[in-house]
Design a protein around this ligand. Structure first.
Ligand SMILES: NC(=O)c1ccc[n+]([C@@H]2O[C@H](COP(=O)([O-])OP(=O)(O)OC[C@H]3O[C@@H](n4cnc5c(N)ncnc54)[C@H](O)[C@@H]3O)[C@@H](O)[C@H]2O)c1
Length: 367
Protein backbone atom coordinates (compact mmCIF):
# COMPACT_ATOMS: atom_id res chain seq x y z
CA UNK A 1 0.00 0.00 0.00
CA UNK A 2 1.43 3.34 -1.09
CA UNK A 3 0.32 6.32 1.05
CA UNK A 4 -0.81 5.89 4.62
CA UNK A 5 -3.00 8.78 5.74
CA UNK A 6 -6.79 9.06 5.39
CA UNK A 7 -7.36 6.49 2.66
CA UNK A 8 -4.38 4.46 3.79
CA UNK A 9 -6.12 3.93 7.10
CA UNK A 10 -9.42 3.02 5.41
CA UNK A 11 -7.74 0.55 3.06
CA UNK A 12 -5.52 -0.98 5.74
CA UNK A 13 -8.59 -1.60 7.85
CA UNK A 14 -10.19 -3.35 4.89
CA UNK A 15 -7.12 -5.54 4.32
CA UNK A 16 -7.28 -6.68 7.94
CA UNK A 17 -11.05 -7.13 8.14
CA UNK A 18 -11.94 -8.67 4.82
CA UNK A 19 -11.00 -12.28 5.64
CA UNK A 20 -13.01 -12.18 8.84
CA UNK A 21 -16.29 -11.46 7.09
CA UNK A 22 -15.97 -12.91 3.58
CA UNK A 23 -15.02 -16.38 2.34
CA UNK A 24 -12.23 -15.58 -0.06
CA UNK A 25 -10.14 -17.56 -2.50
CA UNK A 26 -7.01 -15.93 -1.03
CA UNK A 27 -5.65 -14.97 2.33
CA UNK A 28 -4.60 -11.31 2.42
CA UNK A 29 -1.42 -10.27 4.17
CA UNK A 30 -0.86 -6.52 4.49
CA UNK A 31 2.85 -6.81 3.73
CA UNK A 32 4.57 -3.49 2.98
CA UNK A 33 3.39 0.07 3.53
CA UNK A 34 5.27 2.58 1.38
CA UNK A 35 5.67 6.26 2.23
CA UNK A 36 8.09 9.09 1.58
CA UNK A 37 9.42 9.54 5.09
CA UNK A 38 10.92 6.48 6.86
CA UNK A 39 9.77 7.43 10.36
CA UNK A 40 6.22 8.18 9.34
CA UNK A 41 6.05 5.06 7.20
CA UNK A 42 7.30 2.98 10.12
CA UNK A 43 4.76 4.56 12.48
CA UNK A 44 2.06 3.74 9.92
CA UNK A 45 3.31 0.15 9.70
CA UNK A 46 2.90 -0.27 13.44
CA UNK A 47 -0.50 1.32 13.66
CA UNK A 48 -2.04 -0.04 10.48
CA UNK A 49 -0.72 -3.57 10.91
CA UNK A 50 1.71 -4.12 8.03
CA UNK A 51 4.73 -6.43 8.28
CA UNK A 52 7.22 -3.93 6.83
CA UNK A 53 7.57 -0.28 5.88
CA UNK A 54 9.57 1.16 3.00
CA UNK A 55 10.34 4.39 1.17
CA UNK A 56 11.58 2.56 -1.91
CA UNK A 57 8.61 1.72 -4.10
CA UNK A 58 10.79 0.46 -6.98
CA UNK A 59 12.36 -2.15 -4.70
CA UNK A 60 8.97 -3.23 -3.36
CA UNK A 61 7.66 -3.67 -6.91
CA UNK A 62 10.47 -6.13 -7.63
CA UNK A 63 9.39 -8.47 -4.86
CA UNK A 64 7.65 -11.75 -5.65
CA UNK A 65 5.73 -11.74 -2.36
CA UNK A 66 3.80 -8.61 -3.34
CA UNK A 67 0.93 -9.34 -5.71
CA UNK A 68 -1.43 -6.38 -5.24
CA UNK A 69 -0.40 -2.73 -5.16
CA UNK A 70 -2.82 -0.33 -3.52
CA UNK A 71 -2.51 3.33 -4.53
CA UNK A 72 -3.65 5.57 -1.64
CA UNK A 73 -1.75 8.74 -2.57
CA UNK A 74 -2.89 12.13 -3.93
CA UNK A 75 -4.11 12.28 -7.52
CA UNK A 76 -0.88 13.44 -9.18
CA UNK A 77 0.91 10.18 -8.35
CA UNK A 78 -1.83 7.66 -9.30
CA UNK A 79 -0.65 7.31 -12.89
CA UNK A 80 3.04 6.95 -12.11
CA UNK A 81 2.53 4.39 -9.33
CA UNK A 82 -0.17 2.37 -11.10
CA UNK A 83 1.81 2.23 -14.34
CA UNK A 84 4.96 1.11 -12.55
CA UNK A 85 2.99 -1.55 -10.67
CA UNK A 86 1.31 -2.86 -13.82
CA UNK A 87 4.65 -3.01 -15.61
CA UNK A 88 5.98 -5.02 -12.67
CA UNK A 89 3.13 -7.52 -13.13
CA UNK A 90 1.06 -6.54 -10.09
CA UNK A 91 -2.69 -6.25 -9.71
CA UNK A 92 -3.62 -2.66 -8.87
CA UNK A 93 -6.25 -1.07 -6.70
CA UNK A 94 -6.23 2.70 -7.11
CA UNK A 95 -7.94 5.60 -5.40
CA UNK A 96 -10.23 7.93 -7.31
CA UNK A 97 -10.18 10.00 -9.42
CA UNK A 98 -8.20 7.62 -11.62
CA UNK A 99 -5.83 10.37 -12.80
CA UNK A 100 -5.08 14.07 -13.00
CA UNK A 101 -6.57 14.38 -16.46
CA UNK A 102 -7.96 12.47 -19.43
CA UNK A 103 -4.61 11.94 -21.14
CA UNK A 104 -3.19 10.19 -18.07
CA UNK A 105 -6.37 8.17 -17.58
CA UNK A 106 -6.20 6.95 -21.19
CA UNK A 107 -2.63 5.75 -20.72
CA UNK A 108 -3.55 3.94 -17.52
CA UNK A 109 -6.58 2.21 -19.02
CA UNK A 110 -4.65 1.19 -22.14
CA UNK A 111 -1.80 -0.25 -20.10
CA UNK A 112 -4.19 -2.11 -17.80
CA UNK A 113 -5.66 -3.84 -20.86
CA UNK A 114 -2.27 -4.68 -22.26
CA UNK A 115 -0.82 -5.89 -18.98
CA UNK A 116 -3.80 -8.21 -18.44
CA UNK A 117 -3.60 -7.62 -14.70
CA UNK A 118 -6.69 -7.03 -12.57
CA UNK A 119 -7.33 -3.36 -11.80
CA UNK A 120 -9.88 -1.69 -9.57
CA UNK A 121 -10.86 1.77 -8.37
CA UNK A 122 -11.94 2.59 -4.84
CA UNK A 123 -15.32 4.08 -5.72
CA UNK A 124 -16.40 2.55 -2.45
CA UNK A 125 -19.89 4.08 -2.33
CA UNK A 126 -21.06 1.62 -4.97
CA UNK A 127 -20.71 -1.01 -2.28
CA UNK A 128 -22.96 0.48 0.36
CA UNK A 129 -25.67 -2.17 0.59
CA UNK A 130 -28.36 0.45 -0.09
CA UNK A 131 -26.58 1.80 -3.18
CA UNK A 132 -26.07 -1.72 -4.51
CA UNK A 133 -29.73 -2.47 -3.91
CA UNK A 134 -30.69 0.73 -5.76
CA UNK A 135 -28.64 -0.47 -8.74
CA UNK A 136 -30.43 -3.83 -8.71
CA UNK A 137 -33.85 -2.20 -8.43
CA UNK A 138 -33.22 0.22 -11.29
CA UNK A 139 -31.85 -2.63 -13.41
CA UNK A 140 -34.94 -4.75 -12.86
CA UNK A 141 -37.17 -1.85 -13.86
CA UNK A 142 -38.66 -0.84 -10.51
CA UNK A 143 -38.69 2.86 -11.44
CA UNK A 144 -39.14 2.33 -15.18
CA UNK A 145 -37.05 4.15 -17.77
CA UNK A 146 -34.67 6.68 -16.21
CA UNK A 147 -35.41 10.28 -17.16
CA UNK A 148 -33.51 12.39 -14.64
CA UNK A 149 -30.54 12.17 -12.28
CA UNK A 150 -30.13 14.76 -9.51
CA UNK A 151 -26.89 14.41 -7.62
CA UNK A 152 -25.15 16.59 -5.04
CA UNK A 153 -22.03 16.06 -2.95
CA UNK A 154 -21.78 18.79 -0.31
CA UNK A 155 -19.13 19.37 2.34
CA UNK A 156 -18.20 22.41 4.43
CA UNK A 157 -14.61 22.01 5.57
CA UNK A 158 -13.27 24.85 3.40
CA UNK A 159 -16.07 27.31 4.32
CA UNK A 160 -13.78 29.10 6.76
CA UNK A 161 -11.41 31.34 4.79
CA UNK A 162 -8.79 30.52 7.43
CA UNK A 163 -8.96 26.77 6.82
CA UNK A 164 -5.54 25.54 5.68
CA UNK A 165 -4.66 24.88 2.07
CA UNK A 166 -3.25 21.47 1.10
CA UNK A 167 -2.69 19.28 -1.95
CA UNK A 168 -6.48 19.43 -2.32
CA UNK A 169 -6.26 23.15 -3.21
CA UNK A 170 -3.37 22.82 -5.72
CA UNK A 171 -4.30 22.11 -9.31
CA UNK A 172 -0.90 20.55 -10.05
CA UNK A 173 -1.52 17.84 -7.45
CA UNK A 174 -5.28 17.30 -7.51
CA UNK A 175 -6.33 18.30 -11.06
CA UNK A 176 -9.45 20.05 -9.81
CA UNK A 177 -11.04 20.89 -6.46
CA UNK A 178 -14.47 19.82 -5.25
CA UNK A 179 -15.06 18.64 -8.81
CA UNK A 180 -12.49 15.82 -9.04
CA UNK A 181 -12.86 15.08 -5.37
CA UNK A 182 -16.65 14.85 -5.12
CA UNK A 183 -18.24 15.00 -8.58
CA UNK A 184 -16.03 12.00 -9.46
CA UNK A 185 -18.09 9.95 -7.01
CA UNK A 186 -21.39 11.28 -8.35
CA UNK A 187 -20.44 10.53 -11.94
CA UNK A 188 -19.33 7.00 -11.08
CA UNK A 189 -22.50 6.42 -9.05
CA UNK A 190 -24.60 7.61 -12.00
CA UNK A 191 -22.83 5.18 -14.32
CA UNK A 192 -23.28 2.40 -11.78
CA UNK A 193 -26.95 3.01 -10.95
CA UNK A 194 -28.31 3.88 -14.36
CA UNK A 195 -25.87 2.60 -17.00
CA UNK A 196 -26.43 5.95 -18.75
CA UNK A 197 -23.63 7.45 -20.85
CA UNK A 198 -22.96 11.20 -20.61
CA UNK A 199 -23.27 12.93 -23.99
CA UNK A 200 -22.59 16.60 -23.18
CA UNK A 201 -22.23 18.86 -20.16
CA UNK A 202 -22.43 22.53 -19.22
CA UNK A 203 -20.52 23.56 -16.11
CA UNK A 204 -19.99 26.51 -13.79
CA UNK A 205 -17.26 26.84 -11.16
CA UNK A 206 -16.34 29.26 -8.41
CA UNK A 207 -13.33 29.74 -6.17
CA UNK A 208 -14.53 31.80 -3.21
CA UNK A 209 -11.24 31.99 -1.31
CA UNK A 210 -8.36 32.71 -3.68
CA UNK A 211 -5.45 32.30 -1.24
CA UNK A 212 -4.92 30.08 1.78
CA UNK A 213 -2.18 29.51 4.24
CA UNK A 214 -0.65 26.02 4.02
CA UNK A 215 0.51 23.94 6.99
CA UNK A 216 4.03 25.41 6.56
CA UNK A 217 2.59 28.90 7.28
CA UNK A 218 3.07 30.23 3.73
CA UNK A 219 0.16 31.78 1.86
CA UNK A 220 -0.41 30.26 -1.60
CA UNK A 221 -2.98 30.77 -4.30
CA UNK A 222 -5.93 28.39 -4.60
CA UNK A 223 -6.13 27.47 -8.27
CA UNK A 224 -9.00 24.95 -8.12
CA UNK A 225 -12.76 25.23 -7.75
CA UNK A 226 -14.37 25.44 -4.31
CA UNK A 227 -17.66 24.55 -5.98
CA UNK A 228 -18.49 23.19 -9.42
CA UNK A 229 -21.98 22.45 -10.72
CA UNK A 230 -22.91 21.09 -14.12
CA UNK A 231 -25.88 20.11 -16.26
CA UNK A 232 -25.73 16.92 -18.26
CA UNK A 233 -27.46 15.39 -21.24
CA UNK A 234 -27.18 11.63 -21.51
CA UNK A 235 -27.31 9.53 -24.64
CA UNK A 236 -30.94 8.49 -25.18
CA UNK A 237 -32.57 11.67 -23.87
CA UNK A 238 -32.23 11.56 -20.07
CA UNK A 239 -30.87 14.65 -18.30
CA UNK A 240 -29.05 15.30 -15.02
CA UNK A 241 -27.79 17.95 -12.61
CA UNK A 242 -24.62 17.62 -10.54
CA UNK A 243 -23.17 19.81 -7.81
CA UNK A 244 -20.03 19.49 -5.72
CA UNK A 245 -18.89 21.92 -3.06
CA UNK A 246 -16.69 22.08 0.03
CA UNK A 247 -18.37 25.33 1.07
CA UNK A 248 -21.89 24.40 2.16
CA UNK A 249 -21.98 25.16 5.90
CA UNK A 250 -23.62 22.34 7.83
CA UNK A 251 -23.26 19.79 5.05
CA UNK A 252 -20.56 17.41 6.23
CA UNK A 253 -20.57 14.54 3.76
CA UNK A 254 -23.91 15.01 2.03
CA UNK A 255 -23.54 12.68 -0.93
CA UNK A 256 -26.98 12.24 -2.39
CA UNK A 257 -28.38 10.94 -5.63
CA UNK A 258 -31.97 10.81 -6.76
CA UNK A 259 -33.02 9.03 -9.93
CA UNK A 260 -36.43 9.66 -11.47
CA UNK A 261 -37.93 7.15 -13.87
CA UNK A 262 -41.21 6.76 -15.73
CA UNK A 263 -42.67 4.59 -12.93
CA UNK A 264 -41.03 5.96 -9.80
CA UNK A 265 -38.03 7.48 -8.06
CA UNK A 266 -35.20 6.26 -5.89
CA UNK A 267 -33.03 8.30 -3.50
CA UNK A 268 -29.89 7.47 -1.54
CA UNK A 269 -27.83 9.66 0.78
CA UNK A 270 -24.52 8.66 2.34
CA UNK A 271 -25.41 10.43 5.59
CA UNK A 272 -28.17 7.81 5.98
CA UNK A 273 -26.23 5.19 4.10
CA UNK A 274 -28.19 2.11 5.19
CA UNK A 275 -31.50 3.46 3.93
CA UNK A 276 -33.05 3.73 0.50
CA UNK A 277 -36.11 5.76 -0.39
CA UNK A 278 -38.34 4.34 -3.10
CA UNK A 279 -41.44 5.86 -4.66
CA UNK A 280 -43.62 3.96 -7.11
CA UNK A 281 -46.87 4.98 -8.76
CA UNK A 282 -48.34 1.50 -8.34
CA UNK A 283 -49.95 2.07 -4.90
CA UNK A 284 -53.50 3.53 -4.76
CA UNK A 285 -53.28 7.31 -5.20
CA UNK A 286 -54.18 8.09 -1.56
CA UNK A 287 -51.50 5.71 -0.27
CA UNK A 288 -48.64 6.85 -2.44
CA UNK A 289 -45.42 8.21 -1.00
CA UNK A 290 -41.75 7.43 -0.57
CA UNK A 291 -41.05 4.19 1.31
CA UNK A 292 -37.92 3.98 3.46
CA UNK A 293 -36.18 0.62 3.13
CA UNK A 294 -33.60 -0.36 5.75
CA UNK A 295 -31.06 -2.21 3.64
CA UNK A 296 -29.45 -4.36 6.29
CA UNK A 297 -31.61 -7.47 6.17
CA UNK A 298 -30.28 -10.81 5.04
CA UNK A 299 -31.37 -10.56 1.35
CA UNK A 300 -29.74 -7.17 0.86
CA UNK A 301 -26.34 -6.91 -0.87
CA UNK A 302 -23.40 -7.66 1.48
CA UNK A 303 -25.71 -7.75 4.53
CA UNK A 304 -25.37 -11.48 5.11
CA UNK A 305 -21.59 -11.11 5.38
CA UNK A 306 -21.94 -8.85 8.37
CA UNK A 307 -24.43 -8.88 11.21
CA UNK A 308 -27.99 -10.05 11.92
CA UNK A 309 -30.89 -8.12 10.34
CA UNK A 310 -30.89 -4.39 10.99
CA UNK A 311 -27.41 -4.23 12.54
CA UNK A 312 -26.15 -1.33 10.52
CA UNK A 313 -22.88 -0.69 8.65
CA UNK A 314 -20.70 2.41 8.42
CA UNK A 315 -18.21 4.14 6.14
CA UNK A 316 -15.35 1.68 6.65
CA UNK A 317 -17.45 -1.31 5.62
CA UNK A 318 -17.78 0.07 2.09
CA UNK A 319 -14.04 -0.42 1.65
CA UNK A 320 -14.18 -3.96 3.00
CA UNK A 321 -17.03 -4.84 0.61
CA UNK A 322 -15.08 -3.34 -2.30
CA UNK A 323 -11.96 -5.28 -1.43
CA UNK A 324 -13.90 -8.54 -1.03
CA UNK A 325 -15.34 -8.21 -4.53
CA UNK A 326 -11.93 -7.32 -5.93
CA UNK A 327 -10.28 -10.36 -4.35
CA UNK A 328 -13.07 -12.65 -5.55
CA UNK A 329 -12.67 -11.29 -9.06
CA UNK A 330 -9.04 -12.41 -9.11
CA UNK A 331 -10.02 -16.06 -9.24
CA UNK A 332 -10.71 -16.75 -12.91
CA UNK A 333 -10.16 -13.03 -13.64
CA UNK A 334 -13.83 -12.10 -13.59
CA UNK A 335 -14.67 -8.53 -14.58
CA UNK A 336 -14.30 -6.15 -11.64
CA UNK A 337 -16.02 -2.78 -11.71
CA UNK A 338 -15.16 -0.03 -11.31
CA UNK A 339 -11.94 -0.68 -13.22
CA UNK A 340 -9.68 1.68 -15.16
CA UNK A 341 -12.11 1.81 -18.10
CA UNK A 342 -14.78 3.00 -15.67
CA UNK A 343 -12.30 5.51 -14.24
CA UNK A 344 -11.52 6.71 -17.75
CA UNK A 345 -15.24 7.26 -18.41
CA UNK A 346 -15.50 9.30 -15.19
CA UNK A 347 -12.41 11.29 -16.15
CA UNK A 348 -13.90 12.11 -19.57
CA UNK A 349 -16.93 13.65 -17.86
CA UNK A 350 -14.78 15.47 -15.29
CA UNK A 351 -12.57 16.96 -17.99
CA UNK A 352 -15.52 17.98 -20.17
CA UNK A 353 -17.33 19.70 -17.26
CA UNK A 354 -14.16 21.52 -16.24
CA UNK A 355 -13.56 22.66 -19.81
CA UNK A 356 -17.16 23.79 -20.06
CA UNK A 357 -16.88 25.78 -16.82
CA UNK A 358 -13.74 27.50 -18.12
CA UNK A 359 -15.06 28.24 -21.62
CA UNK A 360 -18.71 28.82 -20.62
CA UNK A 361 -19.94 26.53 -23.40
CA UNK A 362 -21.58 23.11 -23.64
CA UNK A 363 -18.89 20.47 -24.17
CA UNK A 364 -19.33 17.01 -25.66
CA UNK A 365 -18.05 14.17 -23.51
CA UNK A 366 -15.32 12.20 -25.25
CA UNK A 367 -16.38 8.63 -25.93
N1 LIG B 1 -12.79 6.77 -1.92
C1 LIG B 1 -13.00 7.80 -1.13
O1 LIG B 1 -14.06 7.94 -0.56
C2 LIG B 1 -11.90 8.79 -0.91
C3 LIG B 1 -11.90 9.62 0.22
C4 LIG B 1 -10.81 10.49 0.41
C5 LIG B 1 -9.78 10.52 -0.51
N2 LIG B 1 -9.83 9.73 -1.62
C6 LIG B 1 -8.72 9.74 -2.59
O2 LIG B 1 -7.62 9.03 -1.99
C7 LIG B 1 -6.38 9.59 -2.39
C8 LIG B 1 -5.58 9.95 -1.13
O3 LIG B 1 -6.33 10.87 -0.38
P1 LIG B 1 -6.17 10.98 1.20
O4 LIG B 1 -7.39 11.67 1.68
O5 LIG B 1 -5.80 9.67 1.77
O6 LIG B 1 -4.95 11.97 1.27
P2 LIG B 1 -3.99 12.23 2.51
O7 LIG B 1 -3.36 13.54 2.29
O8 LIG B 1 -4.72 11.98 3.78
O9 LIG B 1 -2.90 11.06 2.36
C9 LIG B 1 -2.03 10.98 1.26
C10 LIG B 1 -0.87 10.08 1.62
O10 LIG B 1 -0.04 9.89 0.48
C11 LIG B 1 1.34 10.16 0.83
N3 LIG B 1 2.00 10.56 -0.41
C12 LIG B 1 1.83 11.70 -1.10
N4 LIG B 1 2.53 11.65 -2.27
C13 LIG B 1 3.17 10.46 -2.27
C14 LIG B 1 4.05 9.81 -3.18
N5 LIG B 1 4.40 10.40 -4.33
N6 LIG B 1 4.51 8.58 -2.85
C15 LIG B 1 4.15 7.98 -1.70
N7 LIG B 1 3.32 8.54 -0.80
C16 LIG B 1 2.83 9.75 -1.09
C17 LIG B 1 1.22 11.20 1.92
O11 LIG B 1 2.40 11.28 2.69
C18 LIG B 1 0.04 10.61 2.71
O12 LIG B 1 0.45 9.50 3.49
C19 LIG B 1 -6.72 10.78 -3.27
O13 LIG B 1 -6.63 10.40 -4.61
C20 LIG B 1 -8.17 11.10 -2.93
O14 LIG B 1 -8.89 11.66 -4.01
C21 LIG B 1 -10.85 8.88 -1.81
Amino acid sequence: MVGHAFMGRAHANAFRQVGRFFDLPFEVTPRVVVGRDPDRAEAARRQLGFLESSVDLAAVLERDDVSIVDVATPNDSHAEIAIAALKAGKHVLCEKPLALNLAQAKRMAALAKKAKMQVGLWHNYRRCPAASLAQQMIKRGEIGKVRQVRAVYLQDWLSDAKALGSWRTKQKVCGSGAHGDLNAHLIDMTHFLTGLRFAEVSGMEQTFVKRRRDADGKSRSVDVDDALAFLARFEGGAIGTFEATRMAPGRKNYNQIEVNGTEGSIRWNLERMNELELFRFDAPRDGQGFRRIMCMDEPHPYAANWWPDGHILGYEHTFVNTLADFLRSLRGRKVFSPNFDDGLRVQAVLDAALKSAKTRRWVKVSS
